[in-house]
Design a protein around this ligand. Sequence first.
Ligand code: ZN
Ligand code: MN
Length: 476
Amino acid sequence: MEYEAIIGLEIHVELQTRSKIFCGCSTAFGAEPNTNCCPGCLGLPGTLPVLNRRAVEYAVLAALALNCQVQEKSVFARKNYFYPDLPKAYQISQDEQPLAWGGYLEIDFPEGSRRVNLERVHLEEEAGKLIHAGDSIISAAYSLVDYNRAGVPLLEIVTAPELYSGREARLFLQELRTLLRYIGVSDVKMEEGSLRCDANISLRPVGTKELGTRAEVKNLNSFRAVEQALNYEAERQAMILARGGEIIQSTCHWDDSRKATVVMRLKEGTADYRYFPEPDLPPLILERSSIEALKERLPELPRQRRRRLQEQYDLTAEEAAVMTDSCEMADFFEKAAASYPDYRNLVNWVLGDLIYQLREAGKEVAQLSPALLIELLELFDAGEINRPVAKELLAEMIRSGASPRQMVRQRGLGKISGREELAPLVEQVIAENPDAVENYRKGKKKALAFLVGKVMALTRGRADPQELNRLFEEKI
Ligand code: ZN
Ligand code: MN
């Protein structure tokens, strides 16, 4: 029998507000442990939560970009469970009345575009971070806890079970990351944990509708891990079913070093979180008009922009994808294109040398002015500098922000095409290379290239080769 995998994702995204969701503590990543904490986010009795307006705005922006129905009334709820990273022993989350229902994200899968539906989007608070240390054999194992993260605003996004392979799950997550970065609500870094993903996966015979018993895969902290873990798990379940075995509902985690999913616990019935409305917070009421106002603030979203750029500037799908990977890169390109009509040439420079040099210099494209790149291209197009010099200037321009035109002037990097400048060099090379001159006279065309190369070396590549050809022909 043939099986297909059915995957649903549960995604947590840290919103990049400056302060936490229910207190004024800083959300800065990488601070000394337990320095960005107050009685509120430490869960001390007698403190009260105050909702962060910006966190709500970011959550609504994300929900709108995801085509969700944002609710005018949503309710915070206590999700009760006991764990050392949760000082209050409950998480303030949303249960029956979340911020938004439904929604979808349109994904361009290699086999074609498809809408992946969402079930819900809600707001909640982060837990602290546990750091497991010690060695259980030599000394006692122990865990440390850092509450700096406790109370950072989180957006939870739950997809419908509508993804069918590890690769589809990865592509969905990558598109989601690009979208959230575009609208500026999160830095969405999987490696820093500001984008996290758990997945539910089950198998069913192809052609049937009912979902099989699922496994929940946790600890997927890179896009690669998402793809590998889900493919591994699909394979594992298929093997069990092929042997006539039964899938036992379980929670497992992905062991990246062993490239295997490891069962953490078998499901003993659903956990009872004893949700109840958070008594310390009133329901969250959003005016329809303020939801509409936020909608107005949404920029052109990545998929639309990708398609438009492809049309407008005649880019391939791959080129458009790289160009729109970040809003800043797309902005840079479009600003440059506005004053430089040769799109093809511009695209080649941006996707080739520019991206490479930015990475080399560890710089962001937002730090670079499009006008400087245009200045450089115009110098090159006008024949004032040659390609090696242009590349050198591009690197320098990215490092220091210096004007290419000024650098050419100050350093005398311009192309040398004046006869009065080149003639003495040509004569010098003729005098120093009698054999090559003799060979050229005998009709060896290659000898001319050799002589031209000598002058190029003397001028460090700045001489105009066409002018040199003419001069050598005249003089020999
Ligand atoms: Zn606090
Ligand atoms: Mn959650």
